[in-house]
Design a protein around this ligand. Sequence first.
Ligand code: ZN
Length: 145
Amino acid sequence: MAMLRMACPHCGEEGAIHEAYMGRTVPCPKCRQEFAVSPFQLGRGGHGEGNGQAVTSLVLGLIGLLAWIIPLFGFPVTIVGLVKGRRSLAWTNTSLARAGVTLCIIGLVLTGINSAVGAYLGATNQHPAFRSTICAPAPELPRHY
Ligand SMILES: [Zn+2]
C-alpha cells in the first residue's frame, strides 16, 4: 500500500492520500468539500500546483518582511508562508520555493526579535506605545472607553 499524491478539485489543496481510499469520497482537509478519489486527479499536483504554493510563500515572505513590525500580524503571515514554501519544496525544488522559504524564515526571525524586544520594553515600562497611552490622555477617545 502506498500514499498517492493528489489535489482537491475544489480548492487545489495538495496532499497525500492512502491508495485504499481510491474510488471513495473524502472531504478535503482545507475546504471541507467532498470529492471522489479518482485516478484522474492523481498527479495533478505537479509543477503548476507546486509553483502556486511557492508564489504564495514568496508573497507571504515579502509581506512578512513588513509585517514583522507587528508581531501579532507577522507570526501568522510568516508561519503560513513557511508551511506553504516547505510544501512547494516537497513538490518542486525550485529557486522560487527556496526564496519563499528563506524570506519567511527571515520574517519569522525578525518577528521573534521584535516581539521579544517589545515584551522587554513593555515589561520595563520603556515601550513607546505603552508610555504614550499612560502619559498622554487621548481626548478623541469616547468617555466610556
Ligand atoms: Zn479543497
